[in-house]
Design a protein around this ligand. Structure first.
Ligand SMILES: Nc1ncnc2c1ncn2[C@@H]1O[C@H](COP(=O)(O)OP(=O)(O)OP(=O)(O)O)[C@@H](O)[C@H]1O
Length: 241
């Protein structure tokens, strides 16, 4: 069976500057891929192209076999995407926003109610369900973004810094949630927290200046006798290249 995520020679150029340069990888069901790299390496741009939110300059991305450019509706049906910064509609309440995204996903009536309740349960949002999103703290806003990505229980999750802004307890909860969902899904998370990679990821890709410089399980990287931190620094600092 084909991998749930297939990226082939994906490239993005902005006015002559190449932000993502010929990136290829696949992610199978059961894998949690940690997407790492220094600021500006091209992580968010890759994730946006994978999610069909930004057209690639060259190359392709497929989700459950659907090309994100040619078959955007089929691809998005199988995808939960937490974009950078977790944009929402700030004036809506948490429950209102999740019901709105659920209706866009085609849910109605009892199923819509159940899915919103389930997503709020997974992300521990019940206590703020009637609060306008603009009045929430950063960590709660992030969890609203995560809840909308999980609402339709998609087989593919692309989460751009899912634990950014969360307190240590919430980080732990979100990592547990990712671990619990992992066997059934293909998950890509970007993070700057290297310990998170060891904690939840089955595989790590390090990207630097738009190119993949390493693709291996975290345990293999650490077996090379160095911490992930050392591996990251040696592969991503220009003077080490
Ligand atoms: N719309 C755009 N127009 C021009 N340049 C862009 C645009 N979006 C991103 N870039 C540039 O592309 C490069 C990659 O950006 P990207 O946001 O993908 O990096 P990142 O790895 O996610 O970084 P961070 O860890 O800081 O979030 C950066 O140099 C950025 O300034």
């Amino acid at each position: 069976m084909a991998a749930l995520i297939e990226i082939e020679r994906l490239t993005k150029r902005f006015a002559g500057f190449t932000a993502v340069d010929d990136v290829s990888f696949t992610v199978e069901r059961g894998e949690v891929l940690g997407f790492l790299g220094p600021n500006g390496a091209g992580k968010s741009t890759t994730m946006r192209m994978l999610a069909g939110f930004m057209p690639p300059t060259a190359g392709t991305a497929r989700i459950c076999g659907a090309d994100v450019v040619d078959q955007p509706v089929a691809a998005k049906r199988h995808l939960g995407f937490l974009p950078e910064g977790a944009p929402t509609y700030p004036e809506m309440t948490v429950a209102g926003f999740l019901a709105f995204t659920g209706r866009i996903r085609g849910f109605r009536g009892g199923e819509l109610t159940d899915r919103v309740a389930h997503a709020m349960g997974l992300t521990q949002l019940e206590g703020v369900r009637l609060q306008p999103i603009e009045t929430l703290s950063k960590g709660f806003k992030r969890r609203v973004g995560l809840a909308q990505a999980l609402l339709h229980d998609p087989p593919v999750l692309v989460l751009d810094e899912p634990t950014d802004g969360l307190d240590p307890n919430q980080k732990h909860e979100v990592r547990e949630l990712i671990r619990r969902m992992a066997p059934e899904k293909a998950i890509v998370i970007s993070t700057h927290i290297l310990e998170e990679v060891g904690a939840v990821c089955t595989r790590a890709i390090i990207i630097a200046r738009g190119k993949v410089v390493v693709d291996a399980p975290p345990s293999v990287l650490e077996e090379r006798g160095r911490s992930l931190d050392d591996v990251f620094r040696s592969l991503t600092q220009p003077e080490a290249a």
